[in-house]
Design a protein around this ligand. Structure first.
Ligand code: ATP
Length: 314
């Protein structure tokens, strides 16, 4: 038995080595952006790549960081799907912990929706949501929880959805420790509205590592993405974090009374935002519901505006 465990560990170590990219082999060019946990560079490693260099916090435990990081890299390398960013390898020698992925060429849904104010027609929103469901369904089938699904982590490349940043939440939190850009609860702007009630209720200052993420919390986050696609804004827009926490925690939802969309579209939202986690649909179910939408209603829905001004990623 011990020999078996030893062989397995050796095998794991060897297969992890295949994904180890020596930091010196990477060329880093300009910074693409800095997030909560790392800085993303445009880089080169056998072609164009994106390199996410994690902010390693000097005071946190390096061994724990490395173990968590390796564990998440091991998860990452199991993913191959056209709607997920391609994982190419990682630099695994602290203090240089980095994730190397394919470089996404389009813009994020966040940029389209919130910065450029691009309008998504209902049909376009459905196509995007279907691809997100496909990518997320694949991740869940492999036992991977995204934990940070949001429009900032979804790229649109010529109409194709590419989801990034899955499964890295624990290590990135570990590396960063507390959140310098958020408030005292460590809540960065725009994050709260993706959190399911059970997560919101578990929020404690600096304790986001232990949040009870699950496949169901990913589905809740998908609901928010669906809302942003359809309405062009975040739910609970303009409300302070305390108000959102209080409402979501006790089961209140963003009102849909002013939303111009068919019943089916709103039903998807309400199901994803179900207070009870076990009442939320899974991604295969969402996909089949979305696939039925265009034929049933969308083509003849007069209520949904067709925006001609600036079409998103057309
Ligand atoms: P947060 O850390 O709060 O999630 P974020 O998503 O902006 O915020 P990062 O994931 O660190 O933070 O990304 C920083 C920037 O790099 C963002 O502008 C993001 O769109 C961009 N980026 C991330 N991954 C890639 C990629 N594979 N290809 C191209 N750009 C990327």
């Amino acid at each position: 038995m011990t020999a078996f465990i030893h062989r397995r560990r050796l095998f794991e170590e060897l297969s992890m080595k295949e994904w180890d990219i020596p930091y010196d082999e990477l060329k880093l060019f300009e910074v693409i952006g800095t997030g909560r946990f790392g800085t993303v560079y445009r880089g080169s490693w056998h072609g164009a790549v994106a390199v996410k260099l994690l902010h390693v916090h000097s005071l946190t435990d390096h061994c724990l960081q490395l173990d968590t990081f390796k564990h998440e890299v091991a998860t990452f390398r199991k993913t191959r799907h056209e709607n997920l960013v391609l994982f190419m390898g990682a630099c695994m020698k602290p203090p240089r912990l980095a994730i190397v992925t394919s470089l996404c060429k389009g813009m994020t849904l966040h940029t389209h929706i919130h910065l450029r104010k691009d309008k998504f027609t209902a049909n376009k929103s459905v196509l995007v949501a279907q691809q997100i469901s496909q990518g997320m369904g694949y991740l869940h089938a492999r036992g991977i929880i995204h934990k940070d699904l949001k429009t900032k982590n979804i790229f649109l490349e010529n109409g194709k959805v590419v989801i990034t940043d899955f499964g890295l939440f624990s290590v990135t939190k570990l590396c960063f420790g507390t959140n310098a850009r958020g408030d005292s609860l460590g809540i960065p702007p725009g994050w709260l509205c993706y959190l399911a009630p059970e997560l919101v209720r578990a929020l404690r200052p600096h304790a986001s590592l232990h949040l009870p993420f699950s496949k169901d919390t990913d589905v809740y986050a998908f609901g928010t993405v669906w809302y942003e696609l359809l309405c062009g804004e975040y739910p609970f827009k303009g409300q302070p974090p305390e108000a959102i926490i209080w409402q979501v925690g006790k089961g209140a939802k963003q009102s849909l009374s002013n939303m111009q969309a068919s019943r089916d579209i709103k039903d998807i939202l309400m199901l994803c935002w179900s207070y009870r986690a076990n009442e939320r649909p899974d991604f295969p179910h969402l996909l089949s519901t979305l696939e039925k939408l265009p034929r049933k209603r969308l083509a003849r829905s007069p209520s949904h505006p067709v925006h001609l001004s600036r079409s998103a990623d057309s």
